[in-house]
Design a protein around this ligand. Sequence first.
Ligand code: HEM
Length: 139
Amino acid sequence: MYPAARLAGPREFTENCIIDPRIWSDPLEFKPERFLTTHKTVDVRVQNFELLPFGSGRRACPGISFALQMVQLALASFLHMYDISIPSDAKVDMTETVGLTNNKATPLEVLIKPRLHLQALWIKDCLIYNSCADLRIVI
Ligand code: HEM
């Protein structure tokens, strides 16, 4: 299992469906809430073809199920444990750079504050897992 072309190799698309305004209103705007409202039925498992983060066809990502669960687990754990904010009320600049992957053009400053006391987390996690035996918290 290896990519059909070198990962860093250029790929050419015949249509740019990801930013097609017939499918995505304001396609260049960062609007994650669209996946809770107008596009909440979009399926990234290659059912509708509006959004293909895992590719499609025979060479589609075989790690899709694992990846979706891991992303949800990591994100949920992070949001559960920390309050995240930005230092000012200014709108976050979402300008991207051009490249193999889209990076943010300007650095993002975030404040990350623990939400729960460590002891509280320990007790809560013990309750969830019904056992403290192999639970480790590394700070
Ligand atoms: C959020 C996480 C991930 C994303 C967005 C992602 C996305 C992709 C994409 C777009 C491709 C290329 C599909 C194509 O060429 O049409 C790919 C291929 C691949 N991915 Fe993932 N992937 C993720 C996680 C994973 C994980 C966790 C694994 C393994 C445990 C994995 C293993 C692979 C492999 C082996 C291929 C090559 C498949 C082939 O060429 O036949 N990926 N992935």
